[in-house]
Write a protein that binds this ligand. Structure first.
Ligand SMILES: *Cc1c(COP(=O)(O)O)cnc(C)c1O
Length: 331
């Protein structure tokens, strides 16, 4: 897949490392666990959104935008990283924040929220749970246009076809690393939320003939609701390549349950997973995404669903900034 014809800004100068996790592997007594350190991507601090924004910001600049409008939850990593990219490019940046759990937005909150203020976000519009975020962002963009600005609207999580190219690039990076390391990975485990990461990886694997199964762990939906989103995202990306390859529906596989009781709300297995990664390997996960994805991986190892003979690659998508907004539940 030739990505060179898509405009791109470069926010990370090196491939992120793939590391073996010997102590975690030993404690769990299951498959060999490797980790892809996408928590070490550029921007402050980087995570999976960095890869999507390389293509989205290049598109925004090509269109002559002078400000960004995006949306997320009160502890949104996507908003934080978008704001960082805006500052780096000299653009203004506006958020629409969905208060998914009523009463949880606080201007003085810690974690990502603290960073929003530190980087002096240009405006924050808080809307109630269940609002139509695309409409809310369009309203704000219209207002900004009325003031003479040229806004560029980025959907939640940066998950559209252009953003998904970031994870096509990641698939190509992985292919090169597997080759250089002589590493045979049997399964990739990734968080599946707004779906640009999972969908981009699937499109990149299919388009580059990488036959490794990808298992998505839902962070907000069970498979019947999540898989169609990921499929739609992967097909939209294939569309950018004139459908030179076709996404088989059965390449999209997710597991549910681990996100319960609700998106972003803690559960016991997430807390266990965060403590285990930190105490065995010194790796910080986050309470909203990677902690629950790791809980899914640990759960499937314990159920014998992931075989001891396998080499599995856990995608660390970042997010640890939110840890500090959850100190009370993690202590
Ligand atoms: C956004 C996010 C995800 C989920 O990625 P999607 O592309 O939205 O599915 C996973 N992990 C972290 C840390 C995130 O911020």
């Amino acid at each position: 897949m030739d990505l060179s014809r898509f405009p791109r800004r470069i926010y990370t100068t090196h491939p992120t490392p793939i590391e073996y996790l010997p102590r975690l592997t030993e404690v769990l007594g299951g498959p060999k666990i490797w980790i892809k350190r996408d928590d070490m991507l550029g921007l402050a601090p980087g995570g999976n959104k960095t890869r999507k924004l390389e293509f989205l910001l290049a598109d925004a600049l090509a269109q002559g935008a002078d400000c960004l409008v995006t949306c997320g939850a009160p502890q949104s990593n996507h908003c934080r990283i978008t704001l960082t990219a805006a500052r780096k490019e000299g653009l203004h940046c506006h958020f629409v924040i969905e208060e998914r759990i009523p009463g949880t937005y606080s201007e003085t909150a810690s974690g990502n929220n603290f960073v929003f203020r530190l980087m002096s976000v240009d405006s924050v519009t808080v809307v109630p749970a269940g609002s139509n975020m695309a409409e809310e962002m369009e309203l704000l963009a219209k207002k900004l246009r009325g003031l003479g600005h040229r806004p560029y609207v980025i959907p939640g999580g940066g998950s559209n076809a252009i953003g998904g190219l970031g994870y096509v690039a990641c698939a190509q990076e992985l292919q090169q690393q597997f080759f250089e390391l002589g590493l045979v990975i049997d399964r990739v485990i990734v968080g599946s939320g707004s779906s640009g990461t999972h969908g981009g990886l699937v499109a990149g694997f299919v388009g580059n003939h990488i036959d490794i199964p990808i298992l998505g762990v839902g962070v907000s939906r069970d498979p019947q609701d999540q898989e169609p989103l990921v499929y739609k995202e992967a097909c939209a990306i294939a569309g950018l390549f004139q459908n030179a390859f076709v996404i088989p529906r059965d390449r999209i596989v997710t597991v549910g349950g681990y996100w319960q009781p609700k998106y972003s709300l803690p559960n016991a297995s997430m807390i266990e997973a965060i403590k285990l990664f930190a105490s065995t390997e010194g790796i910080l996960l986050d309470p909203v995404y990677t902690g629950k994805v790791a809980a899914g991986m640990i759960g499937m190892i314990r159920e014998g669903r992931l075989k001891t003979s396998e080499n599995i690659l856990f995608m660390h998508t970042g997010g640890a900034t939110a840890l500090f907004a959850y100190e009370n539940v993690l202590r």
